[in-house]
Design a protein around this ligand. Sequence first.
Ligand code: MRU
Length: 366
Amino acid sequence: MNVDGKPYRSIWVNSDGWSVDIIDQTRLPHEFSVLNLQNLAQACAAIRDMAVRGAPLIGSTAAYGYYLALNTDGSDKNLATAYDELLQTRPTAVNLRWALDRIRGKVAALPAAQRAENAFAEAAAIAELDVETNRQIGLHGLKLIEQIAAQKADDEAVNILTHCNAGWLATVDWGTATAPIYMAHEAGIPLHVWVDETRPRNQGASLTAWELQHHAVPHTLIVDNAGGHLMQTGAVDLCLVGSDRTTRSGDVCNKIGTYLKALAAADNGIPFYVCLPSSTIDWTISDGLQQVPIEQRNGIEVSQVSGRLKNGEITSVSIVTEGTPVANPAFDVTPAKLVSGLITEAGIIDATESEIGRAFARDSSN
Ligand code: MRU
């Protein structure tokens, strides 16, 4: 997608032909800066410290990180240790393991000297697949927006609420929840996006609003607590969110606060759709509440907020007195019964075990 008129992806191969560039998302929206990754440690740090985040981008960065590790040392030992190190960087997004398994599956049987080259090709294939998958999600979701637009007056906007950043910055391109939005906008459908700020790290405020602004998509930033009121007063036609891990029976784990939006949507009869690639489905589990481990992050994310001062300096300030106890669960689980449908690369499907299994031709019993 575009940044100041120039098309970007969130991760790409540097002009040197071998190292990998990412956008440092911890600096947005105040600074657009690019980080260069040359080894495993840098790739792990980029994921752990959330310079990259969002389930599909975590997967793609892990894939390139695995390649960088093998580029340094293609031995069996490094094949195993790099896998483990990358897997431990973030616990929730299942795309991480999916991408690592794909790379290891391609290169494990090869001689050590050929592993890096093949891992590089597979990482590039994973990135391309992500772009195409999100494009498909966009095309399927576009039909939903078209249906809602058809029930409105010509110039009346379709109001969409989104949570966190499931935008192009969370993927390689297009985004998941934003792909239908960008496509509808490009098709000339009047729309407006309510952007949840998404405390504590404010991915909505710092990333989604930034993305939409750069694409001239009409949007308004709201505090997380405003969504229920907006739904009650008829200001929301559709909720579109992403997912970090969806169980084979359709329970959706996503950024903390997603569940509350789903509850409010259900209470107000507003369609609540989750946009995800099939790489986000965890086929090994069916009960999201019991089986998805919830990442507990540092309390400093809650007790402090960061922002830019008038003099341009980016800084953090404390919003509590020292010693205030803080909890910081980073994700929650929305039960399948609250999900109107899953917008996937295979189409819009019910959030049920049978539909998910059928759409991806999987035996959902294993
Ligand atoms: O902690 P984050 O920023 O990695 O969480 C991101 C989300 O929760 C996104 O909604 C999810 O990964 C879907 S991204 C297409």
